[in-house]
Unconditional design. Structure first.
Length: 283
């Protein structure tokens, strides 16, 4: 049996500390898939969500684990909401604590632009565009047309999310629509509406994994997160000192505490399945 811990906001980048790096998590799950002696996997989820793209990729890998004959059990910790629920919903069994915050089935878009910030350090951009959509750039403010285009994509992403919940949890779509809309549920209430299978702690998830795999005893293999120390900021400052980058730009880089929340905003489509209420408490 394997145990995987997935804790933090879900991102698609490998240089952000204290997050669920989708590429790293998928790599661990791929390794489990190749080990014949592992019959079941317990994934301990403690996440308010994050990148919709990364969440979808993790769920796809969990489906491949199941297709390879592995039993997948989700053990929800304090939070398994929005993207955290996205990566959980297709498991063979979902076990939550009574006070787990889960659900928050919804999607929103964030598309940060830096036109004014770049102007402060003397950087500007311009050009010719053939369509309103081709003008989309983080160096320019969003046009009304682009805002409309982004909203259409968010609506499509939300529709896909609730359809997946309906299919994975075998809940009628009209019922999912009632319990979705970003609504947060405790584990106890989530059980009543069908979002989880039972209440219990991590130990009960281990026992359930044994039962599903028909194992009387099992050796537990903890699949640890890769230890990729983030040295990019230090290296970046060293390089800038070496090539004589202006003080204004170095000061901009040094505003790390201010910009830290933006580091996780790297979804390719700018779409996030993130429980805002949970995220504030999670921090």
């Amino acid at each position: 049996m394997a145990v995987v811990v997935a804790e933090g906001e879900i991102v698609d980048n490998d240089n952000i500390p204290n997050t669920i790096n989708a590429k790293d998590l998928i790599s661990r799950l791929e390794t489990i898939k190749t080990i014949p002696s592992i019959k079941s996997v317990v994934i301990r989820v403690n996440s308010p969500g994050g990148s919709a793209f990364a969440s979808a990729n993790i769920r796809d890998e969990i489906l491949q684990l199941k297709a390879a004959g592995k039993k997948v059990i989700i053990s929800m910790s304090s939070y398994a909401a929005s993207g955290g629920y996205w990566i959980s919903m297709s498991a063979d069994k979902i076990i939550a604590n009574a006070n787990t915050l889960t659900g928050s089935i919804g999607i929103f878009a964030i598309y940060p632009t830096f036109k004014n910030s770049l102007k402060e350090i003397g950087i500007d951009s311009d050009g010719y565009y053939t369509t309103p959509i081709s003008k989309m750039s983080q160096t320019q403010n969003l046009s009304p047309k682009m805002s409309e285009f982004i909203q259409i994509n968010v609506d499509h992403g939300y529709k896909k999310f609730i359809q997946l919940v309906s299919k994975s949890r075998k809940i009628p779509l009209n019922q999912v629509q009632k319990i979705a809309q970003g609504r947060v549920w405790t584990g106890e209430d989530a059980l009543k509406v069908g979002l989880v299978d039972q209440l219990g702690d991590f130990d009960e998830a281990i026992q359930e994994a044994k039962a599903l795999s028909k194992l009387k005893t099992a050796k537990i293999l903890w699949m640890q997160k890769s230890d990729n120390t983030n040295i990019s900021n230090s290296l970046g400052m060293f390089v800038m000192d070496s090539i004589g980058v202006s003080t204004k730009i170095k000061n901009l880089v040094n505003t790390n505490l201010i910009l830290q929340p933006l580091l996780s905003l790297q979804d390719p489509k700018g779409q996030y399945a993130l429980c805002i209420q949970c995220d504030g408490l999670y921090q």
